[in-house]
Design a protein around this ligand. Structure first.
Ligand SMILES: *Cc1c(COP(=O)(O)O)cnc(C)c1O
Length: 412
């Protein structure tokens, strides 16, 4: 049943639209029988980890799909990034966006490298190359671009700056598996790129990640580092850590890969439906994907223009949470306003005006195979109703709804 009247909204006392919570990033599960078959193979062989056959098969299939020489599978993308950063000999300062998941910054700070937060171009949500140029100091050794929402960074401009200023380029491609840029698969840009196969990503290995690169020497170093630096039995030639992917994770990764086209098709269908159903809602703009590129459509990102909606983004979050739609404010409030960076660089925001504006406007809605078309219709009806009755909704929330909903928001 679609909500059509103000008093049907849960914030106004109506029953929540959904009996169970709808989460952003609810995992996609591929062919269960195939996964269990693979798990049986693992148990039969007793090869549970340490570059087993499924890990190797996953690496080969990903390298072939991306068109790169090397894919090194890892236990997760954060460790993959830490290792890639070290293998690239990054030190001192590295330029990163603040509008990203905290792991991008932490992977640097974890090894005493200073993440220097750089502003975004509002049209792309990605690093603004002109700002990157301004953030370079004598201590800068590299930059990490994030292909946010799977939409590529301006790789040409960043490559030009990096070449001219002698910097290494790593991409956090956690969102961009299966996406193209200028017709080429993401994974082929910069010195190396890192994918995440975390449970919440559209292609998952329970937990997992991978570094892809065409650089033989870099790949060799990364392989050593992910396995404690072992070169032979009883022989360690390098400092390393444990970044290995388990066989059960690789089995899940392979099973997800088998269903990749189907996951993307569902994400795309969801995206088209949201786009159609939100088309005429003033002030809510669905972030577009470039029709000329391949995209995975895994993030359903809405930009809220409060001047038109009358309702601030956080009020939409409250309205939706009351309905059991757990919309997210990714990546609020920006890495520079999270610890330890907030304490280290209390004035970083002065150089991040577009980031600070954007984190107040973005609303990420549920998509993926766990969401049915009817769910989307009901979510969009709630949004349309809230906007059409915005003045009354705002008055209602300011009357008491806020006090209830705030603690829940603070916890997300
Ligand atoms: C998910 C994510 C990561 C971390 O990936 P893990 O595999 O969970 O370590 C890093 N960067 C971005 C942008 C992400 O979304």
């Amino acid at each position: 049943m679609l909500k059509q009247r103000l008093d049907e909204l849960a914030i106004c006392g109506g029953a929540p639209a959904f009996a169970e919570k709808l989460h952003v990033g609810r995992p996609n599960i591929g062919d269960r029988a195939r996964l269990l078959e693979r798990i049986n193979t693992i148990l039969d062989s007793r090869w549970l980890s340490n570059m087993g056959p499924f890990e190797q098969e996953l690496e080969r299939r990903i390298a072939d799909m991306i068109g790169v020489k090397h894919c090194i599978a890892m236990c997760n993308a954060t460790v993959a990034m830490e290792i890639a950063i070290r293998a690239l000999d990054l030190t001192g300062e590295v330029i990163v966006p603040s509008l990203t998941f905290i792991a991008t910054a932490h992977a640097l700070q974890w090894q005493q490298i200073t993440p220097v937060f750089c502003d975004i171009a509002p049209a792309t949500h990605n690093l603004d190359p002109a700002c990157v140029e301004r953030m370079i100091t004598p201590r800068t050794t590299g930059l990490i671009g994030v292909h946010l929402w799977g939409r590529a960074c301006d790789t040409d401009a960043l490559a030009e700056i990096a070449a001219r200023r002698g910097l290494r380029v790593l991409y956090d491609a956690a969102h961009a598996f299966g996406c193209t840029h200028n017709g080429q698969m993401i994974g082929r840009f910069g010195d190396a790129e890192v994918f995440s196969f975390h449970a919440t990503k559209f292609m998952n290995a329970f937990e997992g990640g991978a570094v892809v690169t065409d650089d033989d020497e870099l790949a060799r170093k990364i392989r050593l580092m992910k396995n404690f630096g072992f070169t032979h039995y009883d022989q360690v030639d390098y400092i390393g850590t444990n970044g290995k992917m388990t066989e059960v994770a690789a089995a899940m990764g392979l099973t997800s890969l088998d269903s990749l086209a189907e996951f993307i098709a569902v994400n795309r269908r969801n995206y088209e439906q949201y786009r159609a159903e939100l088309a005429n809602v003033p002030g809510l703009t669905l972030m577009p994907y470039d029709d000329g590129e391949q995209s995975n459509y895994q993030y359903l990102v809405v930009e809220v223009d409060e001047a038109e909606t009358v309702l601030a983004r956080d009020l939409f979050v409250q309205i939706l949470w009351a309905e059991n739609v757990i919309a997210r404010r990714y990546f609020y409030p920006g890495c520079h306003r999270m610890e330890p960076y907030r304490s280290y660089y209390p004035h970083a925001g002065l150089l991040l005006p577009e980031t600070e504006r954007m984190v107040e406007r973005l609303l990420v809605l549920p998509t993926g195979t766990a969401i049915a078309p009817d769910d989307i219709t009901r979510i969009c009806a709630i949004l349309r109703l809230a906007v059409s009755e915005s003045a009354a909704v705002r008055a209602r929330l300011q009357d008491g709804g806020v006090a209830q909903a705030q603690p829940a928001l603070a916890r997300q």
